[in-house]
Design a protein around this ligand. Structure first.
Ligand code: 13P
Length: 287
């Protein structure tokens, strides 16, 4: 069932768990994530970066694939199809392509411009029954060409954006896309608490879910995080399983080179990673 992320995130906030956003790259990714969500009876958000959208030949292809897959696989759990770190132009393309949710990443604009553009997009999303994620303070590291310095969000600016009526708010609290460096000092829970105080019951989004220790994930959820984004971890588990298959020479045995066989271990590995995260985030059985 393709839905906006609003209801699932409000339920997660009230139930003190988080819904996972898992980024997709192709058919295998999408299938693995949808089947795991259905098996575990968990709501799920499929994240699509602009780079991944382009790779899959465009947002219309992605939207058509996801909708058809939900139907053909008989997926009954709530699924949101969400643009990740969208540009202003990208948001309009996804609205047109039939996504159910978008993130407008205006964090690199001066706050006035971020507010003006977010406001405009809220209006359209409301008309279309879509959810909208906004960002204040940037997420460190790099994801698909989106580079952030990782500065923590200003709680007063978070309030300003939350008050516009966005569905969910991503606020930088020392989190980083990709793998965390050895010397990473950890999430800034003091900043998260200050933000929470300002934004009330607005569901908060934690980007850079890969490699955050379990105790920090649990604490973040207890402080108002209702959506956690994971991308790199699925890529790493897919790559490791594929490497193992090839290094064992399995592609050279019989018809082991058949893409349905070659990609199967990676697809299974994604399922395992998604399962672990859903269990950790507490969304299992919440659909
Ligand atoms: P990771 O790649 O670090 O898991 O981050 C994912 C993310 O935040 C997508 O926006």
């Amino acid at each position: 069932m393709l839905v906006s992320a609003k209801e699932m995130l409000e339920k997660a906030r009230d139930g003190k768990y988080a819904v996972g956003q898992f980024n997709i790259n192709n058919l295998e990714w999408t299938k693995s994530i949808l089947l795991t969500a259905e098996e575990l009876k968990s709501p799920v958000i499929l994240g699509v970066s602009e780079g991944a959208g382009k790779y899959m030949t465009g947002f219309k292809t992605v939207s058509a694939m996801v909708k058809a897959m939900i139907e053909e696989l008989g997926i009954t759990v709530p699924v949101a199809l969400h643009l990740d770190h969208g540009t202003y132009e990208g948001c309009y393309k996804c609205i047109e392509a039939g996504f159910s949710s978008i993130m407008f990443d205006g964090s690199h604009y001066p706050i006035e411009e971020n507010v003006a553009k977010t406001k405009e997009l809220i209006k359209i999303c409301e008309e279309k029954g879509m959810s909208l994620e906004a960002e204040v303070g940037s997420i460190g590291g790099e994801e698909d060409g989106v580079v952030g310095l990782g500065e923590c969000a200003d709680p007063a600016e978070c309030k300003q954006v939350a008050d516009l009526g966005v569905t969910m708010l991503a606020a930088g609290i020392g989190n980083i896309h990709g793998q965390y460096p050895e010397n990473w000092p950890g999430l800034r829970f003091d900043v998260l608490e200050a933000i929470k105080k300002e934004v009330g019951d607005m569901p908060l989004v934690l980007h850079g879910g890969t490699g955050i220790p379990e105790d920090m994930i649990k604490k973040a959820i207890s402080l108002g995080v209702a959506k956690i984004n994971v991308n790199t971890e699925c890529q790493l588990s897919f790559a490791a399983a594929t490497r193992k298959y090839i290094e064992a020479g399995k592609d050279l045995q019989g018809k082991g080179f058949d893409p349905r066989k070659l990609l199967a271990p990676g697809a299974e590995a994604i399922k395992e990673t998604v399962k672990e995260k859903m269990e950790l985030f507490g969304s299992v059985g919440k659909a």
